[in-house]
Design a protein around this ligand. Sequence first.
Ligand code: MTE
Ligand code: MO
Length: 402
Amino acid sequence: MIDTPSSLPRRHLLTRSATALAAAGLATWSHGAMAQAAAAKPLPTDLAWKDLNSVIVHSGNTIETKRGAFGTSVITPADQLYIRNNLPTPDASIVADRDAWVLTLDGVKNPRSLTVGDLKTMGLETVAMVLQCSGNGRGFFPSKPSGTGWTVGAAGCVVWSGVPVREVVQALGGVSPGMNYMTSTGGEKLPAGLDPKSIIVERSVPAAAMQDALLAWEMNGAPIPLAHGGPLRLIVPGFTGVNSIKYVKQLAFTAKESDARIMAHGYRLTPPGQKADPSQPSVQEMSVKSWVNSPSPDDGAHREGWMQINGVAFGGMHAVKGVEVSIDGGKTWQQARLVGPDLGKYAWRQFVLPAHFARGNYVVTSRATDRAGNVQPETRGENVSGYNNASWQDHAVKVSVA
Ligand SMILES: Nc1nc2c(c(=O)[nH]1)N[C@H]1C(S)=C(S)[C@@H](COP(=O)(O)O)O[C@H]1N2
Ligand SMILES: [Mo]
């Protein structure tokens, strides 16, 4: 038997002893793990490379990272990173010759098409960025909005390499006058018989976002997996996930926002009781947010003793300044310590607060502040589709210590 300190949460005991027994050739499951395995959906075949133990499979095109699976070393490994597809993933043949993928640029002085091979000669930059679905935290809305009930795992911190959009634009003579938006289009094959505008993945962000945007071909040190947008993905740091277009085939500077449904009606902050329309704010810039990953609701029972409460915090458009942690549901707060590498303002920071837990019940949560002085809110902003939930109350973890 492996020597395990009794203060470790039960999940560590389970993981270690299960591994040890599996190594000895003995099949063993706790009742909890067995129930979970029975309930878990299998990974779709094209995503069989994801780590099934670290993810929740909601459907073939929506996969979430388990809260207890986020590690403490900043970067989210590709095999644990969430997946969100609005359309079927393109055929794997598009990554057979990655450098041959063609991107069309428009709304610049000299519009033209460039291959990934061409783009690689034009510039190189690397950015660490929180990729987060605007629906992350939807599962905490009591109104039960339709869509995937993500809790915290439709997010990750990812390192991208590619060419800055501004350098490509400069090489093509600059943005044409009067173009206020950067509009990008996904390269999915559209099902026949449907109005393309009703299904195409096409998003507009303010043209100024090009300053920090990348046309990326690499993710966490490897060519971007097809599922995450390879061979070429637009990366818009600080903006919600939907604006980072996978398998991007067109990037155009436009006078108006795209009239595709996903832009005009989808992803709007629609007040309760109303219908989505283009006059409502779109989900674009992210705001300050944090949550505790350990202790996590995925843990089993906890024993009395010390815990290193840890989690992630990010500012969206601004760097994180600090994080406070509460173990009494927000009545009192203590300053946590930021730990690990600081990978820039678009990345998340890890935070830790050591705390001693006597027997009893606790509500553990975190509240981040960004460098612009914005404080993570206590409550969510209600909206029909359950977007942009940054509420520290909603993200609290109930912990019972026996
Ligand atoms: N072409 C294309 N880009 C896309 C999507 C898509 O369905 N097609 N989904 C968007 C949404 S809603 C999110 S949250 C992120 C998810 O990125 P991931 O699957 O790499 O985690 O990609 C965005 N970019
Ligand atoms: Mo999303």
